[in-house]
Design a protein around this ligand. Sequence first.
Ligand code: UD1
Length: 422
Amino acid sequence: MDSILVRGNGELHGDIPIAGAKNACLTLMPATLLSDEPLTLTNAPRLSDIKTMTTLLQSLGAEVSSLQDGQVLAMSSHNINNHVADYDIVRKMRASILVLGPMLARYGHAVVSLPGGCAIGARPVDLHLKALEAMGAELELKDGYIHAKAPGGLKGGIVNFPLVSVGATENALMAATLAKGTTVLNNAAREPEIVDLAQCLRKMGAQIEGEGSSTITIQGVDRLNGATHPVVTDRIELGTYMLAPVFCGGEVTCLGGRMDLVAAFAEKLDEAGISVEETDKGLKVARRNGLIRAVDVTTAPFPGFPTDLQAQFMALMCIAEGTSKLEENIFENRFMHAPELIRMGADIEVHGGTATVTGVKQLKGAPVMATDLRASVSLILAGMAAEGETVVSRVYHLDRGYERVEEKLGAIGAHIERISGV
Ligand code: UD1
């Protein structure tokens, strides 16, 4: 298993290209199952999660070709010959559940293993299932698999989500495009990845209104066509790399970054004393001198502060002036990075869903362990600001969500290298 070695750093300068969004790509890929015509995604990120989704789609009979060094995914589902999403693939990644809605909508039946994914809480799929039931699906849970049927096809329905779920909104949205009649999704997720999915589905011929708001209305159509669609910029990779010059000093432009993707996060950076400038090229972040102020953060669905940037922000608060409170409202058990940061000299106390972080003058390098995707990158950022060497082990989590992290950070001056097989 690879590790990442980071040495405490001086200033960082330069440009970091931001990839297409992992989470958008993972929902756009299953959209291929909705049509027998080709769907091509450009600006795809090169990540192990994308490979897992490729394997899953191929196991169903879809053709998926990775072109232009992985940045283009050419897919076709004209020959789907298997309707079972197997445990061995699904367990690797929770987003596998996103094949359920499209398969059910197009073929009237699907069997999908209950998913795995990052160990950041219970993460049930009840909302996905309830939404599909509201569209007439008959579901049975048997031997760890969801057996779904819609004899005669899905029908439009009213879905009232009791809480905001990105994945359940995506599954329901895709399924509703081919359901008979009108579907209304109330309390829908508003994330940019949902907007991106709706835009792609519309190119395929779907009739959708209201994406980006809490109510999405879908008028089902008989069939969808092919399309070509660029994956939206990854706002989480963007937010993560925006922090690099904040930890180390210097000035970095995140190419392709847009303020509307990270507004709540940028507002917190501003409160902390770091200004972010939107330029033609992307988002420019600079820290020349001056202290970072401690600020409180509460995670919330978009447009709130993203849970996927909480670990990185906690790492920053470890070197801020004063005490901050970080409240995690989306996933329980999402402070697994805290004990690792403490190993690096951080002062953090966790009580339930709240972490109290008191800034220290200097973090110290240490061997630490990545416990989930975002936790791993927070430890790399902390290591860049620490004195001495930090070795982050179990970086397979990192490779699920950050393409070529050592190349991207290395190119702006970070002292970072991958150690193979440690
Ligand atoms: C997606 C993102 C993930 C991000 C999360 C929240 C992808 C591939 N992953 O995950 O990176 O952290 O949104 O922004 O896009 N819940 C239920 N029942 C369900 C579904 C969800 O109780 O059926 C709960 C979850 O446990 C969690 C909350 O709802 O507490 C939000 O989860 P959800 O928005 O569904 O997250 P994901 O789509 O899994």
